[in-house]
Every structure is written in structure tokens, then in C-alpha cells.
Design a protein around this ligand. Structure first.
Ligand SMILES: C[S@@+](CC[C@H](N)C(=O)[O-])C[C@H]1O[C@@H](n2cnc3c(N)ncnc32)[C@H](O)[C@@H]1O
Length: 191
């Protein structure tokens, strides 16, 4: 195969969403990779800044914490955790537009050394290093997420949710701020 044909073949495979491996003289098709992205489970609505402050205050965030915002939107919770408390923080969002916005906002806030934004599905993300998890989803999604939180997070990890509870999991604290409610839970010791 001529060099130009070979490069053309690789471009074609990439466009078709196929992975490939090259062996001298042969292209091996490895596996078909679906390129279709899943749509968000809930649309982007930002948490008002005073509610962000309340969430981080209720979780008692310090510089020793690793804060994960699951469905991070424009990154405001993650950025505030880094800026105001010196925490390391990670945001996960399924929408690439939100990840681009969050990265731009982190750059403007000069906290890129403390934060990371990852494009992906929060239900599949590796969240095991989190010591604080923040949520602004829906009760139905919080309930769906609960088994993962209990399985992946260490005992004592704080979970705070803006506006939505966790079904029958009773919060340790519940506070009102700016016409919103913030809930706090703590991951229990495994029984
Ligand atoms: C209501 S907004 C909250 C944004 C941010 N946490 C805040 O409080 O300002 C929910 C966000 O979750 C994202 N999202 C929805 N479903 C998701 C999923 N399965 N995995 C990751 N992100 C998701 C949306 O793209 C959206 O940005």
C-alpha cells in the first residue's frame, strides 16, 4: 500500500469510529467503538453563588479535601472550593460545552493548578478519591447514584446536594438559603 493510501485508510477508520492497530503491511481492526454521546440526564442550571458557599460551608471543606462535583456545569462549585478553601477539586460533566466553559472559568480564576474537569458520565466516573461530593441533579438521580456513593466513597465522606434529597436516606443536616435547601449526608461505616 502506498503511504498516501495508508494515511487515507487510517482517516477513514477514525471517521467510522473504529480503532485500529498497525502491523507492518497490515491494518488490524480491533474493535468497533460507538462514538454516539449520551445526552445529559438533567439540563444545566447553575447553583447561585450564595448556595455554593452554603454547600461548601456545610461540608466543612478545608485545604485537605478533594471535592468532586458530579455534573459540574460551568465549574463554579469546583472553582470556589479551590479558590476559597484551597481544596483540590474535580468536576465531571457529560456535556463538552460545559467542560470547555469550566476550563475557561478556572483559567480566569487562576486555579488551574488545583482543579480538573473531566468529560464523562457521572455514573461511570472514578470518584474514589473524593472526600466531599457535591450534587445538583434530581432526587431520582440522587437515588440512582446512592449505591455508587456507598460503594465507592470512604466512610466519613460528606455528600451535599442542592435542592434535591436522597429519598429515604435521612440527611444529617438540612438548611435553607436563598429560597433553596441544602442537604448533607455522611457515608457511614460499612455494616
Ligand atoms: C443542574 S446542573 C448543575 C451544575 C453545577 N453542579 C452547579 O450546581 O452549578 C447539572 C449538570 O449535570 C450535567 N449532567 C447531566 N447528566 C449527567 C451525567 N449523566 N453525567 C455527567 N454530567 C451530567 C449537565 O450537563 C449539567 O451541567
Amino acid at each position: 500500500m502506498h503511504r498516501r493510501q495508508f494515511i487515507g485508510a487510517l482517516a477513514g477508520l477514525g471517521a467510522a469510529g473504529l480503532t485500529h492497530a498497525y502491523e507492518p503491511g497490515r491494518i488490524l481492526l480491533a474493535q468497533a467503538q460507538p462514538t454516539v454521546r449520551r445526552s445529559p440526564d438533567v439540563i444545566f442550571v447553575p447553583t447561585p453563588n450564595e448556595v455554593v458557599d452554603k454547600m461548601l460551608e456545610m461540608a466543612k471543606v478545608t485545604a485537605k479535601d478533594v471535592v468532586y462535583d458530579l455534573g459540574c456545569g460551568d465549574g463554579r462549585i469546583v472553582i470556589t472550593a479551590a479558590q476559597k478553601y484551597g481544596a483540590r477539586a474535580v468536576g465531571i460533566d457529560i456535556d463538552p460545552k460545559r467542560i470547555a466553559e469550566a476550563n475557561a472559568n478556572a483559567k480566569a480564576a487562576k486555579v488551574t493548578n488545583k482543579v480538573k474537569f473531566v468529560e464523562g458520565d457521572l455514573f461511570e466516573a472514578d470518584i474514589r478519591e473524593a472526600t466531599v461530593v457535591t450534587l445538583y441533579l434530581l432526587t431520582r438521580l440522587n437515588e440512582k447514584l446512592k449505591p455508587k456513593l456507598l460503594k465507592d466513597l470512604r466512610p466519613g465522606t460528606r455528600v451535599v446536594s442542592h435542592a434535591f434529597d436522597m429519598g429515604d436516606w435521612q440527611p444529617e443536616r438540612k438548611e435553607s438559603v436563598a429560597a433553596s435547601t441544602v442537604y448533607l449526608w455522611r457515608i457511614p461505616k460499612a455494616s
